[in-house]
Design a protein around this ligand. Structure first.
Ligand code: KIV
Length: 278
């Protein structure tokens, strides 16, 4: 059954954990959808794990639409959330609504996600009022890496914890149907989860959020540039891929690939005639 904003609400009410993973292409999204994940996030982590940037700042609307549309074509049951990239919503409410609309129309998203708390409440309200479901994202918001001075856990002091609680409430009040909490102490994420009526999705925010999200290259050991503490490697696909690539190189080199079963064939009589044709 297709996951929707209503199934997210029901999961919160029933205490059923929500599962979300990132994907950026058709084949991976199809596997996740078939495995039964509730939601697929076309994250702007695309910038790091697919495009090789050192942060998410350079990711464009065109990048998100291109990869979002590929994922949407694969997701039969998972709810597809597409990230609004840096500066597609910060400058004005108008930009926010127009760009969220593009992610829905051209990327075929079921919802959009944007980073920030009280400072983007007006954008969340306007997008929601345009009929577009919004997922908020608070805590360690990677688009603000330059403002934070690095990727740092948020909400560790009393003042910053109070700010985060205020942000969570502002995002909920503005109309978001769910909120990602990233890089926040587990106890604080638990408190926020208890206080909100919308489901929280944690990443580096402990076990008591209403759901969890991970970047798939991280959980499969496919991205070695940087691995945050909160990542669990569920499989080492990176090593499996590297070994397969090395084997391919060996087998092409020694002539064992392609074998007969990987080749097409032509009638021997025709081949005989062709010998004299040249
Ligand atoms: O871009 C992304 O992958 C994200 C997750 C880390 C939540 O926003």
């Amino acid at each position: 059954m297709k996951n929707t904003v209503l199934s997210f609400q029901k999961a919160k009410k029933d205490g059923t954990k929500i599962t979300m993973l990132t994907a950026y292409d058709y084949s991976t999204a199809k596997l996740m959808d078939e495995a039964g994940v509730n939601a697929i996030l076309v994250g702007d982590s695309l910038g790091n794990v697919v495009l090789g940037y050192e942060d998410t700042v350079s990711v464009t609307m065109e990048d998100m639409i291109h990869h979002g549309a590929a994922v949407s074509r694969a997701a039969k049951n998972a709810l597809v959330v597409i990230d609004m990239p840096f500066m597609s919503y910060q400058a004005s409410v108008y930009d926010a609504v127009v760009n969220a609309g593009r992610l829905m129309k051209e990327g075929r998203a079921n919802a959009v996600k944007l980073e920030g708390g009280a400072e983007v409440a007006a954008q969340i309200k306007a997008i929601t009022e345009a009929g577009i479901p919004v997922v908020g994202h608070i805590g360690l918001t990677p688009q603000s890496v330059n403002a934070f001075g690095g990727y740092r856990v948020q909400g560790k002091t009393e003042a910053s914890a109070k700010k985060l609680i205020g942000d969570a409430k502002a995002v909920e009040k503005a109309g978001a149907f769910s909120v990602v909490i990233e890089g926040v102490p587990a106890q604080l994420a638990r408190l926020i989860t208890q206080k909100l009526t919308i489901p929280t999705i944690g990443i580096g925010a402990g076990a008591d959020c209403d759901g969890q999200v991970l970047v798939y290259q991280d959980m499969l050991g496919m991205y070695s540039d940087f691995t945050p503490t909160f990542v669990k490697k569920f499989a080492d696909i990176g090593s499996v891929m590297k070994e397969a690539f090395a084997r391919y190189i060996r087998e092409v080199g020694d002539g064992t690939f392609p074998a007969e079963e990987h080749s097409y064939s032509i009638d021997g009589e025709i081949m005989k005639k062709l010998q004299w044709y040249i």
